[in-house]
Design a binder for this molecule. Structure first.
Ligand SMILES: NC(=O)C1=CN([C@@H]2O[C@H](COP(=O)(O)OP(=O)(O)OC[C@H]3O[C@@H](n4cnc5c(N)ncnc54)[C@H](OP(=O)(O)O)[C@@H]3O)[C@@H](O)[C@H]2O)C=CC1
Ligand SMILES: O=C(O)CCC(=O)C(=O)O
Length: 425
């Protein structure tokens, strides 16, 4: 495509945005793109930072910060989740938006990438307060979202109720009901069957494919899962249903371990009563950091970014890491895992099930025709397996890591769209 030398690579990384930029720089180098195209792909196309005043139930006023970053829309409307977390920052949202662009391109979902965030710990706020925050945030970002512009979905700390509030606030503003402005909404409002479980089902499809590639039968395999939210809990459950012995899980409050395998129905029942895995009687408590370095076949980080870093990557004992979370492995750690021969199935492939079924939801809504849960699950399985096979084939053919193969494929699709449309600066 171009003949300029490979782009310079950032040597050390500091936070998810640097990790995302390093991954892009590596792909740009492998694709031999010039600096102009590199910068075009590195910069978000549009970002919005907003203040969200909130009157608390007790009458006091707080002002929260909110962001929506649209990294790219060359292949279609921007798409990506909305995160409610006290740790949200603009740079984090930029990284997450860039990963969404690559994820949609890799799985050939006709979207660009976006992400949103609000600096709030949802556990400390009432449902009424969260409704007011969500509606005010929606009103603030209204000019840049819409079913053909940018379509939010759930992420950390948000769920289908949050999506229902966004849809209602957006619809009230434009004067008619617009279900397609969000995905991951309740089925009663036009959501898709299978969306709540889609990300974790997708994680397990590629995890089982990776085990098979490494010659490990699911029934002989052990796994540890970090995070027990929408992605982690489902991943643990579907792994167990596939015959994998899930020996450890964790959440913000702690981690539990049982070398004979956790009893999933009892664990799920315990968590729905208590809100945490901590204290589960069918297991022993362990240090949450220890979960990452357990001697298991499969490690599924499904919580937050940068949990596998240069300080613990040397001690990871898993044969395979399947990134349920976005950005759980820092660039430094990625290099260490590669040197140690640990297979890393990258986030933009491993957790793509969510956006795939979000796309199915959008398609079903646009056609006003809904599929059965089996249809959704089968189409999801087929796309995930196809994604895995094409990434693995390229990695083997070109002697790349799975992350390099996935990122190169995605970046080249986005770059092709730019160049074909004539959007080159
Ligand atoms: N939801 C989706 O469809 C998709 C999500 N993802 C990614 O998956 C990851 C998890 O998202 P999701 O499951 O939706 O979010 P949730 O909010 O549903 O769950 C997050 C989980 O992570 C736990 N957690 C937070 N911090 C830590 C920590 N330091 N150590 C261990 N556990 C921790 C939380 O604990 P606690 O329960 O105690 O709060 C919770 O169990 C994120 O990276 C997200 O971007 C990717 C693709 C799609
Ligand atoms: O379903 C979506 O649109 C996006 C999900 C998401 O935020 C992600 O894949 O990280």
């Amino acid at each position: 495509m171009t003949t300029a030398p490979a782009a310079p690579v950032i040597a050390r990384t500091n936070g998810p945005l640097d990790d995302a930029l390093k991954q892009l720089a590596d792909a740009v180098g492998l694709l031999n793109y010039d600096e102009g195209l590199h910068h075009l792909l590195a910069k978000p196309r549009r970002e919005m930072a907003v203040s969200i005043p909130l009157r608390r139930d007790n009458g006091t006023i707080e002002v929260l910060s909110g962001y929506r970053v649209q990294h790219n829309f060359s292949r279609g409307p921007a798409k990506g989740g909305l995160r409610f977390s006290p740790d949200v920052s603009l740079d984090e949202v930029r990284a997450l938006a860039m990963w969404m662009t690559w994820k949609c391109a890799l799985l050939d979902v006709p979207y660009g990438g976006a992400k949103g965030g609000v600096t709030i710990d949802p556990a400390r706020y009432s449902s009424n307060e969260l409704s007011r925050v969500t509606r005010r945030y929606t009103n603030e970002i209204l000019p840049i979202i819409g079913p053909d512009v940018d379509i939010p979905a759930p992420d950390i700390g948000t769920d289908e109720q949050t999506m229902a509030w966004i849809m209602d606030a957006y619809s009230a503003n434009v004067g008619y009901t617009v279900p397609a402005v969000v995905t991951g909404k309740p089925v009663s409002l036009g959501g898709s069957l299978g969306r709540p479980s889609a990300t974790s089902r997708g994680v397990v499809h590629v995890a089982l494919a990776a085990l098979s590639y490494r010659g490990i039968a699911a029934s002989d395999a052990t796994a540890a899962v970090q995070g027990f939210g929408k992605v982690g809990a489902g991943s643990a459950q579907f792994l167990a249903e596939a015959g994998v012995r899930v020996v450890a899980v964790s959440d913000q409050y702690g981690a539990v371990h049982n070398e004979f395998g956790l009893d999933m129905p009892s664990l799920h029942a315990y968590v729905s009563n208590t809100g945490t895995v901590s204290g589960f009687a069918g297991a022993d408590p362990i240090d949450p950091n220890e979960l990452l370095t357990l001697d298991v076949d499969l490690l599924v980080p499904a919580a937050v970014e940068s949990v596998i870093d240069a300080t613990n990557a040397h001690r990871i004992q898993a044969t395979i890491v399947v990134e349920g979370a976005n950005g759980p492995t820092t660039a430094d750690a990625d290099e260490i895992l590669r040197e140690r021969g640990i297979l890393v199935v990258p986030d933009i492939l491993a957790n793509a099930g969510g956006v795939i079924v979000s796309y199915f939801e959008w398609v079903q809504g646009n056609q006003a025709y809904w599929w059965t849960a089996d249809e959704v699950d089968q189409r999801l399985a087929s796309r995930m397996k196809q994604g895995w096979t094409s990434v693995l084939d390229m990695a083997i053919r070109r002697d790349l890591t799975l992350r390099e193969a996935a990122t190169v494929t995605a970046v080249s699709r986005v770059a092709d769209a730019h160049l074909t449309r004539g959007l080159y600066p």
